[in-house]
Design a protein. Sequence first.
Length: 563
Amino acid sequence: MPNNEPSYDFIREIVANDLKTGKHKFIRTRFPPEPNGYLHIGHAKSICLNFGITSQFNGQCNLRFDDTNPSKEEVEYVESIKEDVRWLGFDWGDREYYASDYFDRLYEFAINLIKKGKAYVCSLSAEKIREYRGTLTEPGKDSPYRERSVEENLDLFLRMKAGEFQDGEHVLRAKIDMASSNINMRDPTLYRIKHVPHHRTGNKWCIYPMYDFTHCLSDAIETITHSICTLEFENNRPLYDWVLDTLETECHPQQIEFARLNLNYTVLSKRRLIQLVEEGHVTGWDDPRMPTISGIRRRGYTPESIRNFCDRIGVAKRDSIVDMELLEFSIREDLNRSAHRFMAVLDPLKVVIVNYPEGQVEELEAINNPEDESMGKRMVPFSREIFIERDDFREDPPKKFFRLYPGGEVRLRYAYYITCREVIRDKNTGEIVELRCTYDPETRGGWSKDKRKVKGTIHWVSKAHSVPAQVRLYDRLFTVPNPLDKKDGKDFKDYLNSTSLEVLTHCRVEPDLKKLRPGSNCQFERQGYFCVDMKDSEADLPVFNRTVTLRDSWAKIEKKAKK
């Protein structure tokens, strides 16, 4: 759970005032996902808000699955949602509920509406219902079945439940006002026929309640005090209240809307995320490029960083777009404090230190995290042959190149000063395959006793002691801030970033990195923050996913691309 209480926002002010005035003595909220896909970073904001409020005010938050559409729901999604909520640091105790828990009660509520003359069975087709509903500027018109008698409606609804009719043959609609300025109040559908088995109730039901009917009554049954949802449900609030008022439920929760999270350089539409998965643009729901909670977890984001991110963006009444840089800043901030440092060479170039004794191995002291001395130190093996990054050497260096070049001296991190004496090339390709260098034995630990200045410091690994690894460099999934902007007529998939994944297969890393468990975070010095992949990493070949670079380089990349 978060250690620091979030600052007050307009929802917390409402809750605090309700407690102060005695309107409520105990606060109860709920997080109500549909089990028809994986949760994404936008859901994380809602999770943190609902659970965070009840934590702050000593209340309770229920986890309730809105499982009213069996054709799209799977147990896999239920389990993934529970895993995501737990990973974020929240616990719902024994309060795990399902809308399907209330199917019998919801059916009785529907019968009650029919008896009150507030609901009727409509036999119009779905197309005709849309036609009769009218538009935002024109009122709708009554269904020809709107004045069926209570007895006929009860008979038809009972027969719908008994399975006598085909899908779409009838629906149950609320009888409200077809001329309402709010289109949601124009006799909305409450029940529809679906001959589809349910993942929890099997074939017991062939009629299923709609979201707007189910949600408010589920809230009332669970004695929710504050039903917190995103702004797209603002126009549904009158219907929420109408159902509860008409049925005269003992509990009438207050619906409060807040702005959903919109994040640039990605999409948070479940329908579009499904497209990316099903069409093979990503490897699955947990692909580290996906904005799903399982994806960002696999990429190496920590629950602390997500909670801090959600706290930073706050809770607003108007939609806005949050910059991806803020999310990346949150994970950098967290990992800078908590991640162990290691050395890893992603594109190895062999270096032979010709004046270093053959067969000699030294154990050199390295700092695990300069931000936290309590994380201690480790010993790194050093030998005659090492690997450095190929980019850390230039045969013909540009100005202000402070790394290694012929005749140039550089500091090896935690080790010695070395000077490049000779460049060895492949006879056939001309590629540089080896550097011959000398070292100064008086610079052990990377410091010169004569205090001479060396501007460049590079990382390295011992050839004999380092282990092979695969490294996956992930970048943003889209090349533009708003992939859904259709001004140029393109589809959002036209903006997929073709370089969002680069797989490096010849990397060499410190031997201690082989000991890290899947999911562990670390920093590769000078490279970025990485995570041991949870699915593909093996004992003999660890796989590391880049979580985020050490600093934001995307702005520079964008600027360069525009030139």
